[in-house]
Write a protein that binds this ligand. Structure first.
Ligand code: SAH
Ligand code: SF4
Ligand code: F3S
Length: 433
């Protein structure tokens, strides 16, 4: 019996990759464990997007290397994911046994099975993995439709770690959808660094057409279709209309704007102006008023001035994002920003970030407060750790905690109406009606 322990960092793409690997390791008889000391191999799926993410992994590799020295000389420490491109030598120096350049589940599973590394197997073209239902949320599935990114935002390492945009054949995606529905998926997310640019690199249908084709397969089944991430330069009216017209597609959009200042957007190489962004959002809201938006923002880039920062704050308050992922700029190797030494001020960035967090917290709270008293349709996600409450999501991605003290049990993927009673932190609290 061989045991493996897996830690995952980074975005949902990594999550989908880890999930595929878990399944292929199980298929060849490996057992997943939470107990590091019991495991024969440790796999870390890594992220390079910010320095902090990398530092955590360095710490973990050192820790696992010490476990190896003390308890199990045969333990294998395997690294996959984006850091393999950026930090290979350091990872080896900290005690990694293998750092897999281009992630390939067959290589890793085969390697752990046979102990033999066939070098010819590596650096071949990227192959999309068979999709699987998520290992933790068994009603959910993540289906990568593109790999890599060709946008080359000047601050971002992703095009360097994952390579050029590569779209998956639409026939393969549609097969994947059928397979996942057959296996019981109720909540399917199409994944890509910029899903709106799906198909631009191959002779196939567009992203909008893909949504229509998937919706046909889903038909009258109550299956929720989501996608992320969208890019403001490629998000267009046809996608907005598809979201309105297709019953399976959820009314939520993650549309990072990164900065409210046109100077900064230009230095970032984002290829849109803030006016264009605002126009797209206003079109979207005209098309479907139930829309909920979330976003990503970076502060402290390119010596952002106070007035440029104010422009970002204005967008945050005027648009009203229910959720926003807020980051201080982190310089990454290989990027244009680091090669051109685009300057930034760490202290100013820290200050801007904490002020932005405050403003966003209030915006989210005010928007969520408006939901109190309403009855919302939700899908049960999972039972909370306290075994008392359930966590659920609305179609437009609001989180809601459901009181489970009535002793009833609810199953993941089931859909209910919930009356919102109050707000706790970033979640709504409600009762099933
Ligand atoms: N492809 C997606 C997301 C990529 S990474 C997109 O373009 O929207 C997720 C988020 O991390 C980005 O949206 C950005 O806000 C943030 N990010 C990327 N590189 C960063 C860096 N060097 N420093 C700080 N935040 C960064
Ligand atoms: Fe990075 Fe920009 Fe591509 Fe997103 S769109 S992955 S931020 S280069
Ligand atoms: Fe991180 Fe790579 Fe995803 S850098 S955000 S794991 S694409």
């Amino acid at each position: 019996m061989k045991y493996f322990y897996l830690e995952n960092y980074g975005c949902q793409m990594n999550r989908a990759d880890s999930n595929s690997l878990i399944h292929s390791l199980r298929d060849i008889g490996f057992i997943q464990t939470d107990d590091v000391k019991k495991s024969d191999s440790i796999i870390i799926n890594t992220c390079s997007v910010r320095e902090h993410a990398e530092e955590r992994v360095f710490g973990r590799v050192r820790y696992f290397a010490s476990i190896k020295r003390r308890f199990n000389k045969n333990l294998k420490i395997i690294i996959m994911g984006c850091m393999a491109q950026t930090s290979k030598d350091i990872l080896y120096s900290f005690g990694a046994d293998n750092v897999f350049d281009v992630y390939n589940e067959i290589d890793i599973a085969q390697y752990l099975k046979s102990d033999i590394l066939d070098e010819k197997e590596f650096n071949k073209d990227y192959v999309f993995h068979k999709p699987y239902i998520d290992d933790i949320y068994t009603h959910k599935a993540f289906l990568p439709i593109t790999h890599g990114c060709d946008n080359w935002c000047s601050y971002c390492i992703v095009p360097h770690t994952r390579g050029h945009l590569l779209s998956r054949k639409s026939s393969e995606i549609l097969e994947g959808i059928k397979q996942l529905i057959g296996e019981g998926a109720k909540d399917i997310t199409l994944l890509g660094q910029n899903v709106n640019s799906y198909g631009l690199d191959i002779d196939d249908i567009t992203f909008t057409d893909l949504l229509y084709e998937i919706d046909k397969i889903i038909g009258d089944n109550d299956i929720w279709l989501k996608f992320m991430t969208s890019h403001p330069k490629d998000f267009d009216k046809t996608i907005a209309t598809a979201i309105r017209d297709l019953s399976s597609v959820c009314e939520h959009l993650h549309l990072p704007f990164q900065s409210g200042s046109n100077r900064i957007l230009n230095v970032m190489n984002r290829k849109y102006t803030i006016e264009e962004y605002l126009e797209k959002v206003s079109f979207l809201r005209d098309v479907d008023s139930s829309f909920v938006l979330s976003t990503d923002i970076i502060v402290g880039f390119a010596l952002e001035t106070e007035s440029e920062f104010q422009e970002t704050l204005n967008v945050v308050t005027n648009i009203g994002f229910e959720e926003a992922y807020l980051y201080r700029y982190s310089e990454r190797p290989l990027t244009v920003a680091s090669q051109k030494n685009i300057p930034y001020d760490v202290d100013k960035g820290k200050d801007m970030l904490s002020r932005l967090i405050e403003v966003q917290r209030k915006v989210s709270h005010d928007l969520l407060s408006k939901q109190v008293g309403k009855t919302l349709k939700v899908m049960i996600d999972f039972i909370a750790k306290d075994k008392k409450n359930y966590l659920a999501k609305t179609r437009n991605n609001r989180s809601i905690i459901i009181d489970g003290s009535n002793g009833k049990t609810y199953t993941s993927g089931d859909i209910y109406n919930v009356q919102v009673k109050s707000i706790k932190g970033h979640s709504l609290m409600g009762e099933i009606v």
